[in-house]
Design a protein around this ligand. Structure first.
Ligand SMILES: Cc1cc2nc3c(=O)[nH]c(=O)nc-3n(C[C@H](O)[C@H](O)[C@H](O)COP(=O)(O)OP(=O)(O)OC[C@H]3O[C@@H](n4cnc5c(N)ncnc54)[C@H](O)[C@@H]3O)c2cc1C
Length: 395
């Protein structure tokens, strides 16, 4: 496929989460004049971070979480098809076949199909006692069940599980969190930050049990047992054990996938007419020397901007270092950069608002701070410059 896109071209975006909506809006904002179709299999397009925060406290998404209204879509001349999924890709004919049977040809296709909550086969979600947390329906169901005095078991000591546990405690629910890893958020932050999180949540009344394989099952009356302990059943269980990328559509169409749709450092897959963005996309990361999939709001937004720029032949959408935030226990935790197993703690500011710097030698590659928005902004800027220097190096 030849880029930049012709003014009369058709761009089709599959998935109306943050990455898909931002891709469509960026294409328009950056000057694309062609036909733009956005398919989303959910009834509406909304932001997910509030689902584990405000929505669990208030019972629904806050105003402002809507990503794309019919009016904004019309204003931007986006043919937004909420509630219509894409069932199949016909790469040879360059068209998508939707769940309503319609066929839409494309010149360029952007896959933004996100991910789905991982489930436990022996503990299927029923929205009565067992819950997941990925969609607005999940959040509403869980929020409705968080009644004072109930006992909640959170499976999974990652960001999502911890945020949900924070909300549950605020609602007067007794919460226990289990993880087979021996520390919290072990996949994304180093041990010192995990220790901080553990202390924070323990002080707020969360019962944290780590480091043991957890056998969770249902009692005859439907309640949840941990390790077969029928003396201390739980009323509710949240399964928060990560997500799996929705790469089935891409796989079925023969695109290269490996825990996500594989793409080059600017989002192009092994089919030159197909790009991938957001939680489903594993872009090649020159800094790491391998493909890497990020599950973060900022990454989805940056990738959307970069893909739109690439499609329009612009070179002004620079790479950014990863940046992530989480709100838990009344604190704002932010991380800029990526944890590298070879990195060591090279700087630490103690106190009520701690800050950790990790790196190799003098080179910082990850900064984590608690209620340190300004420091994290500066760190993110510096790490982004570092990243651009790596990406601009000739291969
Ligand atoms: C509860 C929760 C809290 C979070 N909190 C934070 C946070 O505090 N900070 C942070 O940085 N990140 C957070 N994240 C992560 C962030 O929200 C995601 O990284 C972001 O939503 C990714 O956007 P996406 O568009 O790639 O994927 P998604 O949001 O998953 O959107 C993909 C969309 O595509 C649709 N779709 C899938 N297949 C098809 C198909 N075949 N046809 C049409 N549509 C399809 C899906 O139904 C979905 O609507 C959170 C995520 C969750 C779930």
């Amino acid at each position: 496929m030849t880029l930049p896109l012709e003014p009369a071209a058709t761009a089709v975006v599959v998935g109306a989460g943050l990455a898909g909506v931002r891709t469509a809006m960026e294409l328009r904002d950056q000057g694309f004049a062609g036909r733009l179709v956005l398919f989303g299999d959910e009834a509406r397009a909304y932001d997910r971070p509030p689902l584990s925060k405000e929505a669990l406290l208030d019972g629904d998404l806050p105003a402002g979480a809507e990503l794309l209204t019919a009016a904004t879509a019309a204003e931007h001349k986006v043919n937004f098809r909420p509630g219509v999924g894409v069932a199949r890709l016909d790469r040879a004919a360059r068209r998508v076949i939707a769940t309503d049977g319609s066929e839409t040809p494309y010149d360029v296709l952007v896959l933004a199909t996100g991910g789905a909550a991982r489930t436990l086969p022996h503990l299927p979600a029923d929205n009565a006692r067992v819950f997941l947390l990925r969609t607005v329906e999940d959040a509403r169901a869980l929020a409705g069940a968080l009644q004072p005095g109930r006992r909640l078991l959170v499976m999974g000591g990652g960001w999502l599980g911890l945020e949900a546990a924070t909300a549950a405690l605020a609602r007067g629910v007794k919460a226990t969190l289990v993880d087979q890893a021996d520390r919290l958020c072990a996949r994304s932050v180093p041990a010192e930050v995990s220790t901080y999180l553990h202390t924070l949540h323990h002080a707020q009344g969360l019962n944290v049990r780590l480091g043991a394989p957890c056998r969770v099952e249902r009692a005859d009356d439907g309640r949840i047992l941990l390790g077969g302990d029928s003396a201390h059943p739980f009323d509710l269980c949240l399964v928060a054990i990560g997500m799996t990328p929705n790469d089935g559509l891409a796989r079925a169409a023969g695109l290269a996938c490996d825990n996500g749709v594989l793409a080059d450092p600017a989002g192009q897959t092994d089919d030159s007419a197909i790009f991938a963005v957001g939680d489903v996309a594993a872009w090649f990361d020159p800094a790491l020397g391998r493909h890497h999939r990020l599950e973060s709001w900022q990454s989805a937004k940056v990738q959307a901007r970069r893909v739109a720029a690439r499609l329009l032949g612009r070179t002004d959408a620079a790479a950014e270092a990863p940046w992530f935030w989480s709100e838990q226990g009344g604190r704002m935790i932010q991380a800029a950069g990526l944890a590298d197993p070879a990195s060591r703690l090279i700087g630490f500011e103690d106190g009520d608002r701690p800050l950790w710097r990790y790196g190799r030698g003098e080179t910082v590659d990850l900064v984590v701070g608690v209620d340190r928005a300004r420091d994290l902004r500066m760190a993110h800027r510096a790490l982004s410059q570092q990243r651009r220097a790596v990406e601009e190096q000739p291969v």
